[in-house]
Design a protein around this ligand. Structure first.
Ligand code: AMO
Length: 443
């Protein structure tokens, strides 16, 4: 027997009218056993849905009937039989079995309920993620995440971007030195990379012109919040002969496309989560940093001075303001003070106090940040120094700017934040299979 014989059909793919008397074999987990004495129903669940197996005591082999009755919930089985139409069963059919193979018996009780009757705490669910994934709503989140990443890849590939990968073990900080995870690399100290930033910029000097990367970023941030992970998935792009406004258009168009694709291709998952998606309208509102400060200060409360970073409370006020004005959740904040943007953000030529950096927000949460970059090596060195960093540590990066670096721009958007805001999920851990946070290192 080949293992392929354990399944001929997914449960959702069976249509008894098409199949006729041909035998079908489904495989999956025992979702439910209902033993009514003279009749026993076994509901088998796989990734696509559920199929009902019906055994009438009088019409079926006694041993087979006993096997079915004694099945323990969440055990793995393969069932072969004939499919008949049955309006009351899931997917509109029932299988009259010839054989039930018990492939792996589940222990009981289960670490958590899978039927949806008892709501488990997030921590319990994450501790037993393999069981949590057997709930339809959890699988739906990861189906949607898959669809998001597929749409991102399609969109960027169709827009002429090349998919690249950069090292995750590095010698230098990219986003400031305080939030690095040090590791031992043979006899040297190294770090887990915070962002593909420096590498994607080097690729512009290499002439790759438009690149993207989807990969992990590591941030040793101490805070334990609903929107921070210590290992996140970043979608990054970099594009040559572009300014910040050019890449902002790519970003908003990509986000709108992702929403469209999720609506088109993941409707069942959206339904399982009770989410009704609206495609965000483009172009997103563009608010200058000065506008943002004015909005915050006009509402009273804690006043912001020019040069202050926008904290959570300020972002909340601005998000509410934009929603009231436009009915939309997504917006950009542009023209930030150079001093509070990373060293690689290009200052405006006619007003170096302002930078060509931007943030893209969803209501109160930053989804993405980006900038036109500095491509002039002398200016880059002086910006690195003025942020208290040592240009020597950046030599591998600076070298790429001395032999023909084109003007370029790019951004990074957090995959998890994109998915969580899309689904209205409250805690970022819900959209990561195995989250890494301040406390969680296993599973
Ligand atoms: P930044 O540090 O703003 O920019 O990160 C870009 C986006 O990545 C996501 N993100 C996170 N998500 C969850 N948990 C975290 N701890 C976390 N940190 C970041 C956010 C954020 O907006 N190099 C620049 C990008 C660029 O300019 O191209 C950068 O990394 O959604």
């Amino acid at each position: 027997m080949s293992l392929a014989d354990l399944r001929t059909h997914y449960t959702a793919a069976i249509n008894p009218e098409e199949i006729g008397d041909e035998k079908v074999t489904i495989a999956g987990w025992v979702h439910e056993v209902r033993d009514l004495g003279g009749i026993c129903f076994v509901v088998v669940r796989d990734r696509t849905g559920r199929g009902q197996v019906t055994l009438v005591k009088k019409k079926i082999d006694k041993e087979l009937f006993d096997t079915a009755r004694k099945l323990v919930r969440e055990s793995v089985v393969s069932v072969t039989g004939t499919a008949k139409p049955e309006g009351k069963a899931p997917n509109g059919y029932e299988i009259i079995p010839d054989e039930i193979k018990l492939l792996n018996e589940s222990q009981s009780p289960l670490p958590m309920d899978t039927t949806g009757k008892v709501e488990a705490e997030l921590d319990t669910r994450l501790d037993s993620r393999f069981i949590d994934l057997r709930r339809e709503q959890t699988t739906a989140v990861f189906n949607i995440r898959h669809e998001v990443l597929r749409a991102v890849r399609d969109f960027l590939t169709d827009s002429g971007f090349l998919e690249t990968s950069s090292p995750k073990v590095v010698a230098t900080a990219t986003e400031g030195g305080t939030s690095l995870f040090p590791i031992t690399y043979f006899d040297r100290e190294a770090f887990l990379n915070q962002s593909p930033q420096l590498f994607k910029q080097i690729l512009m000097s290499g002439g790759l012109d438009r690149v993207f990367e989807i990969g992990p970023i590591f941030r040793a941030e101490e805070h334990d919040t609903r929107r921070h992970l210590n290992e996140a998935t970043s979608i990054d792009i970099e594009a040559s002969f572009c300014d910040h406004f050019d890449v902002m258009v790519i970003l908003e168009d990509m986000v709108a496309y992702v929403y469209e694709q999720v609506i088109e291709n993941a409707s069942a998952s959206l339904e399982a989560l009770g989410v009704e998606l609206q495609v965000p309208k483009t172009p997103f509102m563009r608010l200058t940093y000065d506008d943002a400060i004015e909005v915050v200060n006009s509402k009273g409360g804690d006043m912001l001075a020019w040069g202050d970073d926008l904290g959570t409370a300020a972002e909340h006020t601005i998000g509410e303001h934009v929603f009231k004005e436009t009915g939309e959740s997504h917006y950009f904040i542009i023209d930030w003070p150079t001093e509070i943007k990373p060293f690689y953000a290009m200052p405006y030529e006619d007003n170096p106090l302002l930078s060509k950096g931007f943030d893209m927000m969803h209501r109160t949460m930053e989804l993405s940040s980006g900038a036109q970059r500095i491509h002039i090596p002398e200016l880059l060195v002086s910006r690195i120094e003025s942020q208290g960093l040592d240009p020597e540590g950046f030599e591998f990066y600076l070298k790429a700017f001395r032999y023909g670096m084109p003007p370029h721009a790019g951004w990074g958007i957090g995959c998890e934040r994109l998915v969580m805001t899309m689904l209205g999920v409250d805690n970022i851990r819900d959209v990561v299979l195995f989250p890494r946070d301040r406390r969680r290192l296993s599973p």
